[in-house]
Design a protein around this ligand. Structure first.
Ligand code: PEP
Length: 251
């Protein structure tokens, strides 16, 4: 069966000392209570090594927020999937809407990044989602389907390792959450698209997370939907209390 997962996306937030303290607080909070989901924090690249030193295997997973589409070499400022893996991180967010929008990441680059992440033993958290205009003009299902289809040249064994995150761009950081029914509809469409390419078993086993202004007050309703297997959390992941409040939605 697929896993329930709550993953934090810290984005470009927290200086090193604060980030290490936040990770340590989340780790301690998880140790003192049993959670009914896997928990991951995806942190700025500068924080990966020191955060890894204060979290415990089996309690809290660690991920990066991006990796390069190139294997290695003359790409100043880039961080390769192998470098991410060498820090002890096991996950990598790929295709976040901020990367697509501000850094022009396209399907071809995202496929290359996904292949390198997988080749280096990282689990991609692959983000898809429509912008407001596409929600309003009714093209959102086609848009998201084509974003997920960008990975369909992967073989089944590789695709089965991916976590999908549906994040409607109009809901990210805006305080405007998709309704639980809107999320369920899209998650079930994504699962159907995966089933049509890779079969029911892989589709059933793929964790599909919802992201976009998810918080303790709405997480329980969102996560109660059959195809919503947890959340990718931005703002509410930056405080141990609110992040834990979302994790508790699985209690
Ligand atoms: C995100 O950026 O992945 C996200 C879901 O942000 P927020 O929770 O702040 O909307």
């Amino acid at each position: 069966m697929r896993k329930n997962i709550v993953a934090g996306n810290w984005k470009m937030n927290t200086l090193l000392e604060d980030g290490v303290e936040l990770a340590s607080n989340i780790n301690d909070a998880l140790k003192s209570r049993k959670s009914n989901c896997d928990v991951v924090i995806c942190v700025p690249a500068t924080h990966l090594v020191p955060v890894n030193a204060v979290i415990e295997n089996g309690i809290l997973g660690l991920g990066a927020e991006n990796c390069s589409e190139h294997e290695q070499g003359a790409y100043t400022g880039e961080i390769s999937a192998a470098m991410v893996a060498s820090t002890g991180a096991r996950y990598c967010i790929l295709g976040h809407s901020e990367r697509r929008q501000y850094f022009g990441e396209n399907n071809e680059q995202l496929l290359a990044k996904t292949k390198l992440a997988l080749a280096n033993g990282l689990t991609p958290i692959f983000c898809v989602g429509e912008v407001l205009e596409q929600r309003e003009n009714g093209t959102y299902n086609d848009v998201v389907r084509s974003q997920i289809e960008a990975l369909f040249s992967l073989d089944a064994e590789d695709f089965a390792k991916i976590i999908v995150a549906y994040e409607p761009v109009w809901a990210i950081g805006t305080g405007k959450t998709a309704t639980a029914d809107q999320a369920q509809d899209m998650h079930s469409n994504i699962r159907r698209a995966i089933a049509s390419k890779y079969g029911e078993e892989i589709a059933d086993n793929t964790s599909i997370l919802y992201g976009g202004s998810c918080k303790p007050s709405n997480a329980r309703e969102l996560f109660s939907k059959p195809d919503v297997d947890g959340g990718l959390i931005g703002g509410a992941a930056l405080k141990a209390d609110s992040f834990m409040g979302i994790i508790e939605a699985f209690d």
